[in-house]
Write a protein that binds this ligand. Structure first.
Ligand SMILES: Nc1ncnc2c1ncn2[C@@H]1O[C@H](COP(=O)(O)OP(=O)(O)OP(=O)(O)O)[C@@H](O)[C@H]1O
Length: 716
């Protein structure tokens, strides 16, 4: 059986984007009506929200009826503010507003269960350190000191109040009126699943969860949230962070004072910048200062132990893990005025460096720590840096939330043990307070995109196939066979991204903008160049952006029509994040194309499994699934060791993307020319050089008296 041929054939386009099934909806075609991904049927009498007065409101429909409805305006008398008119909300104003708000809307437990189920939300209270200790003590009687891993019974399922409309943030969870206005101004109407499941819990756990003995007296929970790409996690972590700071600022005498209260860590500069922008939009008029961490910025008072970071030390991520902070010769900067600081891990850790490399300056005022893309931040590459920041947050009231579309059980275990360990060190109660929220199926891509796996026998074949997507022939002129720009193309390494960029540079006709329409972004570029490419791509000036995994996480480009995995991703998680750059906020029509060659066969299974799970999650009948079970079973299963190697280094043969000296890497070179053509070209060059050399030798021999020399031959 030829697996390769079968795989290509079986991954033909199916489903709603298949040829002949009507027009393709493109994700760039406007704002989605409903950003929610899951709306499972709920029986008639259920899923209804009961107001205190007994009046029933259809939960799912709320917010869908009319695009123009202003949910905040109808419920509150929040005055429409002009830009800059009100720096911060006064206590008096907010009290006045609260008295005219609707009464809180709370659902009974059965209603909560139904709604949570219909939106595929699952909350689990993770076992507390205390309960585990008790277990170990019990089991130790006479036995070796063996740690017992928690059993299924140690996990308790919770059914907290879901947030069914943004209006409830104000009426039930009493968020700041200004924050509510900012949300309304940005047009948020229907909460996404992760917002439904996390906001009540983070804003007011005592209202959101009742009658759970383990959480009695717990005023703040820590949260591990696993929710699909593009499902609005940013808003879910920003709203509670902004709100808690507004509330504290209200009580503060000195409104001009800015003390660092929340830290948001993200793995790349691009994502950190994006979070800064979102946080600033939510903080308009609240007086909150949101700052993106920059090189040389000071965040703590220096004492004799503090090492001041050199201003021009090189930057974080990808290339700079080994960097050590050095003593600055430059004058000290004042401490950055910030309430919320958004940072990549290393740059903040440098700013906290002390003379003792094991210790970091503490951040006692920080009460909120948010790890976005937490699984990457706790992966070995960033782990020490992230834990360094975490340990520097010594405030006993610290609340930690971790967010990602993918989170392995090892990361979950590390996170909850770090939370418990930290509390133990600070002499705090180690009772249960870590909640895990999972939206949809863990380890599955978003259900609203179409996946295509395309086999190319050789590297040049991949390039030809990519060109076909860019320039569909008359035969394949169907929209499903082409990729409508804008789209992202991911390669395994920086040299390959650069090489692919130069190959495709002139593929877009001059009338359409030519080479200005295509760009490359990677970590070897300067910050300014990276920012410029991001802005041009966001503005729609760039149509095809070639990049590495640096853009695979978190970055939100609303109108992306497709993602091309020119090189197979290094892991299943990487596939989920890369393809999740399309189909954001529930938009339909995104396409994810993955090319693979013979070298990739051992690793395609993970991707194929994710595609199968995603199609299942989307409710695609087995007959329409692009991934047939027998085919999945036929694909080789990589060993744990192979998977680990792939995750760390990618497909070995493709690592450099440049011709190797021994010629072996040559077949992985990005070029339309086949290995044979390139060899012939080399041979021709060799022949020319050889004939020139011979001519010289003939001349020399003639001069020397005619002794025959050895012939140089062709280059191999
Ligand atoms: N309730 C909502 N209604 C409509 N759009 C929303 C809503 N919440 C968020 N969005 C939009 O959805 C898009 C994706 O949000 P966001 O970037 O927070 O996703 P994410 O879950 O963090 O994704 P990723 O896992 O890729 O980081 C953004 O453009 C955001 O403005």
């Amino acid at each position: 059986m030829d697996i390769l041929k079968l795989l290509s054939r079986s991954t033909k386009q199916t489903g709603k984007n298949a040829p002949g099934k009507g027009a393709v909806t493109l994700p760039s075609a406007g704002t989605p009506a409903n950003p929610q991904l899951f709306h499972d049927e709920v029986p008639e009498s259920r899923g209804k929200k009961r107001k205190r007065g007994g009046e029933k409101v259809d939960v799912v429909k709320q917010g869908e009826e009319d695009d123009e409805v202003d949910f905040f305006a109808s419920k509150t008398a929040v005055p429409k503010t002009k830009k800059g008119r009100r720096e911060s909300e006064s206590e008096e104003e907010s009290k006045k507003l609260e008295t005219i708000l609707d009464e809180p809307h709370l659902l009974d437990e059965e209603e909560c269960r139904q709604i949570l189920r219909s939106h595929r939300l699952k909350h689990t209270l993770l076992p507390s350190a205390k309960s585990q200790e008790k277990k170990v003590k019990k089991s130790k009687k006479g036995k070796a000191d063996k740690k017992k891993s928690p059993s299924k019974d140690d996990y308790k399922q919770l059914y907290p109040q879901p947030l069914t409309a943004f209006a409830d943030l104000r009426s039930t969870y009493r968020i700041s009126g200004r924050l509510a206005e900012n949300l309304a101004t940005q047009g948020y109407k229907i909460p996404t699943e992760v917002q439904m499941g996390s906001l009540p819990l983070l804003l007011q756990p005592e209202t959101a969860i009742k009658d759970v003995a383990e959480l009695e007296g717990v005023s703040a929970v820590d949260l591990l949230a696993v929710a699909p790409t593009g499902s609005g996690k940013t808003l879910a972590f920003l709203v509670p962070a902004v709100n808690s700071i507004v509330q504290l600022r209200r009580l503060s005498e000195d409104k001009k004072h800015h003390g660092l209260q929340a830290i948001i860590v993200a793995p790349t500069k691009e994502l950190a910048n994006q979070i800064v922008n979102e946080a600033k939009k939510l903080s308009i008029g609240t007086g909150i200062k949101v700052v993106g961490m920059k090189k040389g910025m000071r965040v703590v008072e220096e004492n004799e132990d503090t090492v001041h970071e050199e201003e021009n030390s090189s930057d974080e991520e990808e290339s700079d893990e080994d960097e050590e902070p050095k003593k600055s010769q430059k004058p000290k900067q004042p401490i950055a005025k910030a309430d919320i600081l958004v940072t990549t891990p290393l740059i903040l850790l440098h700013a906290l460096a002390t003379k003792n490399p094991e210790e970091h300056a503490p951040l006692p005022s920080v009460k909120t720590l948010i790890l976005d893309e937490a699984d990457v931040l706790l992966d070995p590459l960033f782990r020490d840096q992230t834990l360094g920041i975490w340990n520097a947050c010594v405030n006993p009231e610290l609340r930690v939330t971790l967010w990602s579309a993918t989170m392995g059980s090892n990361i979950e275990a590390l996170a909850s043990s770090t939370i418990n360990e930290r509390r133990r060190k600070l002499g705090l109660e180690t009772t249960a307070r870590v909640v895990r929220l999972v939206v949809g199926l863990k380890d599955s891509a978003i259900p609203n995109i179409t996946h295509r796996l395309i086999y190319a026998a050789t590297e040049p074949g991949k390039l030809i196939a990519l060109r076909q997507l860019l320039h569909p022939t008359a035969k394949s002129a169907d929209a499903t066979q082409s990729l409508r720009p804008p789209f992202l193309v991911f390669t395994q390494t920086i040299p390959r991204a650069v090489a692919l960029h130069s190959e495709l540079l002139y593929d877009i006709p001059a009338e359409a903008g030519g080479s200005t329409r295509i760009a490359v972004l990677h970590s070897d570029l300067s910050d300014i160049a990276r920012d410029q490419v991001m802005t041009r791509f966001r503005n729609g000036e760039i149509w095809v952006l070639i990049t590495t995994d640096i853009l695979s996480r978190g970055v939100d480009f609303k109108g992306i029509n497709g993602v091309v995995n020119y090189d197979v991703p290094n892991s299943g998680a990487s596939y989920i994040h890369r393809v999740g750059r399309t189909g954001r906020a529930g938009r339909d029509g995104g396409v994810a194309v993955t090319f693979y060659t013979k070298e990739d066969i051992p690793y395609v299974r993970d991707v194929a499994n994710i595609i199968a799970a995603s199609e299942k999650q989307a409710g695609k009948p087995a007959s329409e699934a692009s991934m047939q079970k027998w085919l999945l079973d036929a694909l080789p299963k990589p060993s744990k060791e192979e998977k680990k190697k792939l995750k760390m280094h990618g497909v070995e043969a493709r690592r450099s993307g440049l011709p190797s000296k021994d010629g072996k890497g040559d077949k992985m070179k990005i070029s339309t020319k086949s290995g044979y053509e390139r060899r012939m070209e080399n041979n021709r060059k060799g022949a020319i050089q050889g004939s020139k050399r011979r001519a010289k030798e003939v001349e020399a021999t003639a001069e020397d008296g005619g002794e025959e020399s050895e012939w140089g031959g062709l280059d191999e």
